[in-house]
Design a binder for this molecule. Sequence first.
Ligand code: AGP
Length: 608
Amino acid sequence: MCGIIGYVGVDEVVPVVLDGLRRLEYRGYDSAGIAVVGAGEIRILRAAGKLRNLEQRAYHEPLHGTTGIGHTRWATHGAPTEANAHPQRDVSGAVAVVHNGILENYSDLRAELIEAGVDLTSDTDTELIAQLIGREKGPLPERVRAILPRLHGQYAVVAVFKDEPDVVVAFRQGPPLVIGIGEDEAIVASDVVALLHRTREVLFLDDNEIAVVRRDGIELLDSAGDHVERSTETLDWDAGRVEKGGYRHFMLKEIFEQPDAIRNTVVSHLDAARSGVILDGLGFDPEKMDKIRRVHLVACGTSWHASLVGKFLIEKLCGLPTDVDYASEYRYRSPLLRDDTLVIGVTQSGETADTLAAMSLAKSQGSLLGTVCNVRGSSAWREADATILTQAGPEIGVASTKAFTTQLVAMLLLALALRKHGGGADELDTELVHQLQTLPVAIEKTLSMERATFRRATEMLSGAPNSLFLGRGILYPIALEGALKLKEISYLHAEGYPAGEMKHGPIALLQDGFPVVSLALNTATREKLLGNLMEVRARGASVIAVAEADSKAVDEIADLVLPVPHVHPLLQPIVAVVPLQLLAYNVAVELGLDVDQPRNLAKSVTVE
Ligand code: AGP
């Protein structure tokens, strides 16, 4: 939520910051703003709406300087107006800040400042941070450090100061901040995608730390004001992966990157002979693994759907009872946690606030904590004892695609590793490891599906305000995911349901032409699913089925088949979701919607 950036260096700051904001716009796009320090003052430009509005203002009202900050907003406190856009500054104009997060003691601080006679100009909690810093006196880090105990809640803040034109200061509690160190410059950002094109040498700021960032170095302090020593890390992500590369949208590019993303994820977790899974070096302590009797998977959104598939895989392959929880529920429901419980936070970004809170709860209760995560260095990665890193590369489209399929792969790898650790590996494991390696080819086949097939499916869905997605067993989570994809980017209501439950309510929705999308691959329960689809047809509804290309029984019932190749039943979720991603994408494009930046959403939900 919200993209923030700060720059100090030798280049003109406005183009650098605008470029960074363009790369961060997926995090929020309600309004944007920039502040530049120079000629003894801080000058600010802000605009409501998308970044292009700010870019136009910056073109007509040029600002010059080599130190500045920028922000792209996902509104929390206050409507998405220019007055509420960041940067916000204090009354005297001494400090300007950008902020990602929420101050929980907003009302108290606001009342206190009004009482003290401060003339507030916005409805934001961010302005309160600027006003508090502005009222402090003394040397720079102290002015910031003094206010930290006053801030309750979640914040990542970058600030610039009128009297220190060559410095940006960053501090956080919760939402992420990364500092990139380049030649004669430093960039602070809420995500590495904003700085990869300038440097790969980075330092991740920890909670309660303050970074005083200059173009020739960084001073890190803890909350007591003591110096912190930390060396930088070198990122292995390639800057080209955060460009659209000729695709119309990031989402489409990311759908087509899935064969590579899966290949990289599989290969990085196989042994040298590529015949078995290894989790060596990932932090899974063998002694603690011996104790594991139960697994909890905690996640949000699409990652929660991947966890539901994970439950099937872990229970089937390892016989370990596995619970799946929404992280936002888990953290408040006093889960039964013991040292025989392996808790895995599943998260693409590694920064989702609820997932992080659920993970830290598990850790505090002594459970072995793992994460399936896509971002090295993220908060989840740092919090967990053990990490299975998905190798999807940066995912920019708000609707998750390649991160999801690599999470499914990671779930299978985890299940195979737990099974091997428990001494249960046999020829099924060898078969699954082999199938995992041929999976990218199966995905490529799905991606080359006839355009005409999608055109028809797109017509059927884009004209219907409601639709139902049905699946059974391991494919039920894929029905949920297919429905979520459609909702997120096309704003059409879609409901994912277990097919066997249809008769207990949703069947009342069915009428002539109502689209029902079904996962009709060859599984143990396919006959039962086909029976459900007959009931759908009997009520005049239309059936779109994802099924293997040569499934006669499905052809006879469905109005349209989206074909996928044959794969092992435990890998079916991974191939089956791809046509649903493409379908949602095509419907959103057909409706003329903003695929990569759907309304009201943000890529990383870093506030509760
Ligand atoms: C997926 O398309 C979503 N935009 C969303 O549900 C996402 O999966 C969720 O917010 C969790 O994010 P995470 O994986 O980064 O934790």
